[in-house]
Design a protein around this ligand. Sequence first.
Ligand SMILES: [Zn+2]
Length: 453
Amino acid sequence: MSTTTTRRLRRRALPVCLAAALVGTVVVLAPSASAGGGGHGNGPGNGHGHGHGHGKDARSVIFVNGDGMAAAHREAARLDQEGFDGQLAMDSLPIAGLQTTDARDPEDTITDSAASASAWATGVKTYNGAISVDLAGNPLPTIGGEAQQAGLATGLVTTAQVTDASPAAFFSNSVNRSAQDDIARQYLEVTKPQVILGGGEDWWLPAGDEGTYPPRAGDPEDPEVSRSTQGDLVARAQELGYEYVSTPEEFAAAEGDQLLGLFANEEMFQQRPEGQGDEFDPVVPLADMATRALEILSQDEDGFFLLIEEEAVDEMSHNNNGARMLESMRSLDAAVEVARAYVAEHPDTLLIVTGDHECGGLTIEDVDPTDESGPGGTLPQETAAEGTTESGEDGPFYVAGTDGGYDFALDWTTTGHTGAPTVVTAEGPGSRALTGYYPNTRLHEVVRDVLLG
Ligand SMILES: [Zn+2]
């Protein structure tokens, strides 16, 4: 987090009551004693567990999704960023558990982001591609929609399209995750998140209106052209009271408490294999989007729900691009730092950091180009098997703080998702119920209980 964002967060953060502030001190100094948020670690589904000891109901949740992130991504990032004795912000939360992610798809065991986010948003397992609809296609109540109806503020920030599967499942219903323009329309007309920041301008503007970000010249396979079939949804948002921004300068100057920011045609990065046009340099950092979202949403005294997502962990893993995956983990952990700073001052807020599924079948190995071979890596081939040209490994990467004395390789087994469980870390009210090994629907129960129980 930059000093600028720190200062802005502090200046605009709402005052907390003395009792809450004291609990916050305990959280910082003795996390083991306060894990679970003041000793009310009742299981999910218990609507009476929160509020005790705080002087007010616990009503806010910050839900952080590292899309495609499981244990190996987190551990590789720890070695890369913090070294042997260090710890990522996301790994420093006092509660940890493991989450299983299987979908209920007629054809697939392994989940996509739509089915897994639908399980979080609705508590119901469904098919791949479903945006918070059941197996028969019936719409289900979503956490984002229910929180809005209950008078809480809501928001989403992501480096994906703001209408991509994960945010979409929290704030819309669709039988098809590809209907991103209709998902955008639902944001404006149905679930009304106050803060919408990320990519995906192409889905808000009709064909021929290229907005701030022109098509990708010379890329016929991925031209990134405007394609809304719902009219000019940016104009519609402005009619409905949103301040619209699309550049870093406009974002920095934005004053509105209802904010739509679209900072790319599609994702805020380019997912490609190494050296084939891959880019990770979002024009507005995820941490800055998270900071602004918290400034706005925390003004609602009823509480809020905020989804923060780093999408590139998944997309770079699909491309078996270890270096860019690690860059996106830096982006994600910087956003978690913002959330942790907020929660330290607002202990009535539940913070969850997890991934919707594993991507890449990633593991961490010693650097040894001879131990395996397969397509798609960057390790030099010293003794490649006959007929192969590359190792299926990335690296070497260096362990931070060892002056290059220790290195490691990243080994991918697939360019798709896997069924490996994902790590859940958490802090604050209700978080104790996230200890253990459980299906992803548990997160729905815990979040719902904190927001609406
Ligand atoms: Zn994916």
